[in-house]
Design a protein around this ligand. Structure first.
Ligand code: UT7
Length: 331
């Protein structure tokens, strides 16, 4: 019997309708379209404006898109993982709510949090379950409502982040397609450079801390940038080397969309042609856990069975890694 590998067999996605353009940001903070475009590659991002709607709203929409396109009976889904850094609320699993709302009534579900690397690490988790033979249908969702903890007076963060969600279905494959290798890392010394300090268990929010605004996300952009460039490129290069792959063997780079300059640096390190670099940061900005599945959502029609894809991500914590993956279908 051939070894079971974990393949992606369907993709869905969703972004909210409201577009926050660089032009509008110019009226909110001291910035300009030229600076944002040249320093980050971002032109606009989507924002979920509706009151009372959280990350699960985005996750449910992405999952429903996948279910409808695939013609999947949600009752067959065994596990729903929602990768997110912005859960709906504390103490109640966003994934449990999402699973119930999409009709995945036979599934168990949980959230997975590793900042901007959440979805990448989730790919590892979903694949391990599939490879073990324990489960056969896993819905992996990456969803974040970043606008819920962004200070729209802080130009260092509000120009970057957006809201969105993407979903993929993991199933067993007997042709050797799907996840081939992974190189995942973390280093807690990085947490001081990118965090929302208040609102967690270390520093719960009270009236005083609220006024300080430290429940918003803060980043030391330069330090995060340097670490992202070095580490994302490093793991992408290493995973190619240890699998004896050259740039010719790689069909696509699917890198976390945090800053176009970080993606370009990773592509340059592995000497990859621009045409092979998936890019949608111009439309959505950094959607944290949703960047990788939203790339698959936007590029799905161009992907061919057998294509070698190098995934790479870097995020708060710090967390980072790379996955070598073989695409399993033509759409
Ligand atoms: O998802 C993973 C986590 N996040 C990331 O990976 C993001 C990593 N960091 C970045 O993408 C970049 O560091 C930023 C986009 C946040 C900032 O770009 P930068 O090229 O590192 O700019 P900088 O912070 O070095 O600032 C350069 C200049 C400064 O002015 P002076 O001191 O040279 O006069 C800033 O005050 O640009 C100024 N500046 C701005 N100007 C207009 C900073 N932010 C802005 C802004 N608009 N939004």
């Amino acid at each position: 019997m051939s070894k079971i590998t974990a393949a992606i067999t369907a993709v869905g996605g969703y972004v909210p309708d409201f577009v926050l353009s660089n032009k509008v940001l110019e009226t909110m903070v001291e910035t300009n379209d030229e600076w944002i475009t040249s320093r980050t590659g971002i032109k606009e991002r989507r924002i979920l404006k509706d009151e009372g709607k959280g990350t699960s709203f985005l996750a449910i929409k992405a999952a429903e898109d996948l279910i409808q396109k695939k013609g999947l009976d949600p009752k067959e889904i065994e596990l729903v993982i929602v990768c997110t850094a912005t859960p709906d609320m504390k103490a109640a699993s966003t994934a449990a709510y999402t699973a119930t709302q999409i009709g995945a009534v036979n599934a168990f579900s949980y959230d997975l949090e590793a900042a901007c690397s959440s979805f990448l690490f989730g790919m590892s988790t979903a694949s391990a379950y599939i490879e073990s033979g324990r489960y056969k249908k896993i819905l992996l969702i990456g969803a974040d409502k970043n606008s819920s903890f962004i200070n729209y007076k802080d130009r260092a963060t509000c120009i970057i982040f957006g809201d969105g969600a993407g979903a993929v279905l993991f199933e067993p494959n007997e042709e050797g397609l799907g996840l081939q290798d992974e190189l995942l890392r973390s280093n807690g010394e990085g947490r001081e450079f990118l965090q929302a300090t208040y609102g967690g268990s270390s520093y719960p929010i009270n009236a005083d801390t609220y006024n300080e605004g430290k429940h918003y996300v803060f980043q030391d952009g330069k330090t995060v940038f340097k670490n992202a460039v070095f580490n994302m490129a490093d793991v992408a290069e290493k995973i190619l080397k240890r699998n004896n792959l050259t740039n010719d063997d790689v069909a696509w780079l699917a890198a976390h969309q945090a800053n176009k300059r970080i993606i370009d640096a990773t592509a340059n390190r592995i000497d990859l042609d621009k045409k092979k670099v998936m890019m949608n940061i111009q439309k959505y900005g950094n959607t944290t856990s949703a960047t990788l599945p939203l790339l698959l959502f936007d590029y799905e029609s161009q992907l061919k069975k057998g294509d070698n894809i190098v995934f790479a991500a870097f995020g708060g914590g710090f967390t980072w890694g790379s996955i070598y993956f073989k695409w399993a279908y033509n759409s």
